[in-house]
Design a protein around this ligand. Sequence first.
Ligand code: AMP
Length: 191
Amino acid sequence: MINILMFGPPGSGKGTQSVTLAEKYNLLHLSTGDMLRAELAAGTPLGKKMEAIMAAGELVPDDVVIAMIAGKIDATTGKAGFIFDGFPRTVEQAEELQKMLEGRGMKIDLMLVLEVNDTELMDRMKKRALVSGRADDADENIINNRIAVYRAKTEPVIVFGRKAGVSRSVDGVGTIDDIFGRLCKEIETVI
Ligand code: AMP
């Protein structure tokens, strides 16, 4: 099994790239953002509880996303591994994921860090807002808050990845195909 963390700020292309990488390498794509939005759309009690946090661009509690991920890992068969998109977003989540995988005879094999500057991120999210319908893409202040939350709470996970010897920095600016090629090159060093 191969486990890849797709890492980077909001708007860096994690979701777009994860979908095609998952297809190419037969990995299960696990996006906590997509899972949470599905809860919201279905109007579940959990979704209702998380709605305001997500709309403000803050992080939902660690235990909520950890439980979601644990459920998926245990229920999955027939895949070559997992690609985690938007998770872990705190050092606590990273430590829990590592424990969860180790307890099942697996590990984090690779952490791909997409590097994109803030001006480009803002541009991309504003464009995405026109088609995604996401409340957290539509407002410049919320986008800025999501970037600030990333720098404060999520970026420290890169140090975790470096210590584990799995983090690789990838230029996230260019065409979708070019960036895909750069990511594949890194993945092929570990498979
Ligand atoms: P995303 O689609 O990954 O940008 O996530 C959208 C929103 O869902 C985030 O701004 C958070 O409010 C929430 N979220 C998604 N993944 C996580 C996570 N791993 N930890 C905490 N909150 C998350």
